[in-house]
Design a protein around this ligand. Structure first.
Ligand code: SF4
Length: 359
């Protein structure tokens, strides 16, 4: 179900709102649903979904923004790598403005003379490496499994074409172990998840209903999201859980990794540090030994850095769904899109940025 011609179908919206009200009354307690995709964070904020729900139904943003969940230690490591001599450091545009624990950023390094470039894809880093054969090009890999798959393809291309001046600093992550960690979080007590249907956020949602939570794969328009919420509440009301798909808007693979096996050939799973969620077993994707020559950490001998959280920033709690942007004392005044203090305000998919944009 999508909004026809970009307009909201008010009658359908009213019907869904009435159904949601009825279900909330039937459930008879507060319910927390979590969305786990940056595109859902944007859509829910843009459409004002929170404003039209009953008070007892809370939608929280989870760790769906890959820039936001990148740990402070990884940001500091990126800064260490980008400052090396003869290096061209590439990263996604939002990552350039994320502050490290000392307050510096890739953008700041760039202003100070480092060669830091924003790229939209891993393939662009290969082009830069080809064009600069005497320079070392480091590609910071940020994202979930679909992004890792793109990087795997890039590395296989480099291996075949004998491109030796490119390496990867991987912070790629698998969302599934993070969902598991969230379900074990007693402070959060999440009742269900709104999941993206496309591959970007990972997938493999079967464990959610197995652990007694609702799971609905839903689209990104107002009516899609309202229907997804209605379906999740219906599962909670009847205490019967499954992974359900909401309409045509949720079409697409939900398994996360394109099925050619390349991601698993290039990457292996290790414990990884997530901002706000700590170290989660098997959630990090690092290069297998066969691809060790492309491992920037090995090539540049980076020490393990002692990093700390950004002073006063509540991004960690927001990414866990236990705080909302408005609860951060820095929100809007000290921290805003022109002067972002934490990654959730830097990233266009961040909960703080979206809250600032719509309020
Ligand atoms: S408002 Fe700024 S400082 Fe506060 S949690 Fe969000 S990003 Fe961090």
């Amino acid at each position: 179900m999508t909004d026809r011609d970009g307009h909201r179908d008010r009658a359908m919206e009213e019907r869904l709102r009435a159904d949601i009200e009825d279900l909330a009354v039937r459930i008879g307690r507060s319910v927390t649903l979590m969305e786990i995709c940056g595109a859902h964070t944007c859509a829910i904020g843009r459409c004002g979904i929170r404003d039209i729900l009953p008070d007892s139904v809370r939608i929280v943003s989870g760790p769906g923004c890959p820039v936001c969940v990148t740990s402070g230690r990884d940001v500091d490591t990126a800064l260490s790598l980008a400052g090396r001599k003869n290096v061209i450091f590439t990263a996604c545009p939002d990552m350039l403005r994320v502050p490290g624990s000392g307050g510096g950023s890739l953008q700041g390094l760039c202003a100070a003379g480092a060669d830091v470039r924003a790229v939209g894809s891993a393939a662009q880093a290969v082009e830069i490496a080809r064009a600069n054969p005497r320079r070392e090009v480091i590609s910071m890999g940020t994202g979930f499994e679909a992004s890792a798959h793109e990087a795997a393809f890039m590395l296989e291309t480099c291996r075949r074409q004998d491109i030796r001046n490119l390496s990867v600093f991987t912070t790629y992550k698998d969302m599934k172990p993070a969902i598991r960690a969230l379900m074990e979080d007693s402070e959060l007590a999440v009742d269900g998840f709104l999941c993206p249907g496309h591959a970007k956020a990972g997938g493999g949602y079967a464990e959610i209903p197995a652990r007694g939570r609702a799971a609905v794969v839903t689209g990104f328009e107002t009516l899609d999201i309202l229907e997804g919420i209605r379906m999740a509440l219906a599962q909670i009301a009847r205490r019967s859980f499954a992974v359900e798909r909401q309409g045509a808007g949720a079409e697409g693979p939900e398994t996360g990794t394109p099925g050619d096996g390349l991601t698993d050939e290039v990457f292996m799973r290790v414990p990884a540090e997530w901002r706000g969620l700590g170290v989660i077993p098997d959630s990090g994707l690092v290069l297998r030994n066969r691809y060790a020559a492309f491992n920037a950490l090995a090539r540049f001998d980076v020490p393990i850095l002692d990093s700390s959280d950004i002073m006063g920033c509540m991004c960690g709690s927001i990414l866990r769904g236990v705080a909302s942007p408005g609860e951060c004392p820095l929100f809007r005044h000290a921290c805003n899109p022109e002067n972002p203090i934490g990654p959730c305000m830097v990233s266009r998919e961040g909960a703080c940025f979206m809250e600032y944009a719509v309020r």
